[in-house]
Design a protein around this ligand. Sequence first.
Ligand SMILES: Nc1ncnc2c1ncn2[C@@H]1O[C@H](COP(=O)(O)OP(=O)(O)OP(=O)(O)O)[C@@H](O)[C@H]1O
Ligand SMILES: [Mg+2]
Length: 369
Amino acid sequence: MDKIKLLIVDDSELTLTKIGSYLSDPKVEIYTSNSGKEALEDIQKNDFSLFIIDVHMKDIDGYQLATKIKNIEKETSTPIIFITAQAIDKAKKFKGYDIGCIDYISKSDDLAILKNKVGHFVQLAINQKKLINLNSELEESNKKLNDFVAIVAHDLRNPLGAILGYVTILSQIRQEHWDKKEEKILNQLNMLCELSLTLVKDILEIGALGSGKLEINKKIENLKEIIDESIENVKFFAQKKSIDLVNNDPKNISLKVDKIRIVQVITNLLNNAIKFTPKGGKVEVIIEEDNTSGGVNVEVKDNGTGIHKEILKSLFDKEVTTSTKGTDGEKGTGFGLPLCQDLIKAHQSEIFVETNKDKGSRFFFKLRN
Ligand SMILES: Nc1ncnc2c1ncn2[C@@H]1O[C@H](COP(=O)(O)OP(=O)(O)OP(=O)(O)O)[C@@H](O)[C@H]1O
Ligand SMILES: [Mg+2]
């Protein structure tokens, strides 16, 4: 690993040599400057992990130099230790602390104190460098893993689609001859294939969104068509559970959105609402124009189970599995809501949720032109 760089600034050559040789360490590369001006030039060329600065210097004093360093660095906060030959009063000391100095050490003190403190900072800087290296290694392997997952998901999509096709054909062949047990197995196979296919598609889309590869194609679209299409997608499931699917019929509202993606979001929210609402319940899509701030509020509301408190804060987090079974034992992957959030973020907005145990949930977001 590269050596840790340390800069000592003092207008006395004698002090520079004395402290420099005292602090010499195989892990450390010591730089010295005998003026604030020279120090500022060195700072532009090197990445220092610690500054040791004399308070009283002729050109720029220690406080002025420290202020300039902090202005140059802005984000990094390299520690500064002030050294001084004279006693410093409390007010001046606090002036230094305010600028970002972490300690004052008297030149008349035993230099062992300085060496000891410097040793701690050098160790901290070494640990920080190790962390930075480790972090970039992790990022690299994370990227490789994501690429691998994307390739596997992509290659699984076709055989899964084919299996689903064959299962559908099989269930249609001589339908009347299947006994109850065989029919149940076929239904189960069908459901598992659909679930696997959804999972694979979700993984692909989440990966594409994360890497910026998924294109969002915004065009002026009619909101009514978007809602109608989304409702069409889930009608079958609502009928199966005798759920009343209500659409408050948005007027002729046009919006600049990616229609496919917004249909996908509303379909996902409707699927969830149906999944977590018991038979005979009610699921609504509510559209309201927001005349004060502009745009349109879209809401999917149900009177179902409500959302468990423990998963509420992680609903949109891809890293946390939140999936639970629906009221009819429907299974899911837990990718639906994180994907919705990503797609809505790609429309410069955000999804919100409100829920009440046993009373239902409402998911809502705003679309702007
Ligand atoms: N309307 C809702 N009512 C109650 N719980 C909900 C509702 N929407 C989401 N949830 C809870 O949030 C979890 C995560 O939802 P999400 O859509 O991300 O995944 P999923 O529905 O489990 O799987 P997938 O959408 O991939 O099929 C659900 O499993 C459920 O526990
Ligand atoms: Mg879902």
